[in-house]
Design a protein around this ligand. Structure first.
Ligand SMILES: NC(=O)c1ccc[n+]([C@@H]2O[C@H](COP(=O)([O-])OP(=O)(O)OC[C@H]3O[C@@H](n4cnc5c(N)ncnc54)[C@H](OP(=O)(O)O)[C@@H]3O)[C@@H](O)[C@H]2O)c1
Length: 280
């Protein structure tokens, strides 16, 4: 049986924005790492590092040389800042894995930026990582070792569910889990508005909405049902759910959802085109 990896060394996080904070909060709140095992570097805002130090006990890093001796280097900068950050940290890389949160930035492109000095891990988290209920997709370069893989999976599992996928599915993951909270919120917005039209106050509509969505998700998980099975269970012939679902079917909601995900995946591919390396 595989041992659960514990963090024995230090992590170096480049970037101190919302993604970096979600990562640091998840690790420290769950006891997977102590704040003093995490060094953080940003670009121009020392006050932000002081804030993270006060809140989580992290070490503000003085420069990219903090990568030396780190067990893993984490890139939490915007995609357009990746080239600068990777090229600056490259001289201090000597095989320690580099894990990126940057949307659309490919493994092959990152390897080139660091002159193949370290193995690269690409991830696609979604916004609920901020409350440790994220869905993160992860892909590994072939030279990432088994131990490095286990450490990455262990660290990211502190932020929610982690699923390993081939890198070719990253645009699909961006459309599904990355944009998913936006799509689900769109549907919930429509439900909430409809509830108000039926006579609910906005406050009551919101309370019912949130409990209905959380209750549905929890029932699916706890009963181990597929969404289709749960839908069938609550849909009696000629009942109220049946009446509503018929309207959704007539409006081809299923097709609209499929088209929305396809459009998001196409857009993800377009946005990542600058980071595609031929032949990798
Ligand atoms: N937030 C999410 O929920 C989420 C979800 C999926 C993916 N992501 C990915 O996560 C990454 C970070 O997103 P974010 O929302 O955390 O961005 P953010 O809040 O804008 O933070 C970016 C951070 O990067 C720092 N930075 C920029 N260039 C740097 C450099 N060369 N060296 C060191 N630090 C540098 C900035 O420092 P200064 O402030 O000092 O300039 C800032 O602390 C993005 O690539 C995004 O695609 C985020």
């Amino acid at each position: 049986m595989t041992q659960t990896p514990r963090l024995s060394g230090r992590l170096f996080v480049i970037g101190a924005g919302s993604m970096a904070e979600a990562f640091i909060r998840g690790l420290t709140e769950r006891g997977a790492a102590r704040g003093d095992q995490i060094s953080v570097l940003n670009k121009s805002r020392p006050a932000r590092l002081a804030e993270l130090a006060a809140q989580y006990g992290i070490h503000p890093a003085a420069g990219y040389d903090a990568a030396q001796g780190a067990e893993m280097v984490i890139l939490a900068v915007k995609p357009f800042d990746m080239a600068e950050a990777l090229q600056a940290v490259a001289p201090y890389l000597h095989g320690q894995p580099v894990l990126s949160f940057a949307a659309g930035v490919t493994i092959g492109w990152m390897r080139e930026q660091i002159s193949h000095r370290s193995p690269v891990i690409r991830t696609m988290p979604n916004i609920p990582v901020a409350v440790q209920a994220g869905a993160t997709a992860i892909s590994f370069a072939p030279d990432v070792t088994g131990e490095q893989r286990r450490l990455a999976l262990y660290l990211l599992s502190q932020l929610g569910t982690v699923v390993e996928i081939p890198e070719s599915l990253m645009d699909a993951a961006t459309a599904f889990s990355g944009s998913g909270p936006g799509f689900v919120s769109y549907f919930l917005e429509a439900m909430e508005n409809a509830a108000v039209q039926l006579g609910f106050t906005p406050e009551l509509a919101r309370a019912f909405l949130l409990q209905t969505v959380m209750g549905t998700a929890r029932t699916l998980v706890e009963w181990g049902l597929s969404p289709e099975e749960l839908r069938r269970r609550v849909t009696s012939p000629n009942g109220t759910t049946h009446a509503g679902v018929q309207v959704m079917e007539a409006g081809r909601l299923r097709d609209v959802v499929a088209e929305a995900l396809q459009a998001a995946a196409r857009r993800s591919a377009e946005m990542g085109a600058a980071y595609v390396v031929e032949g990798s």
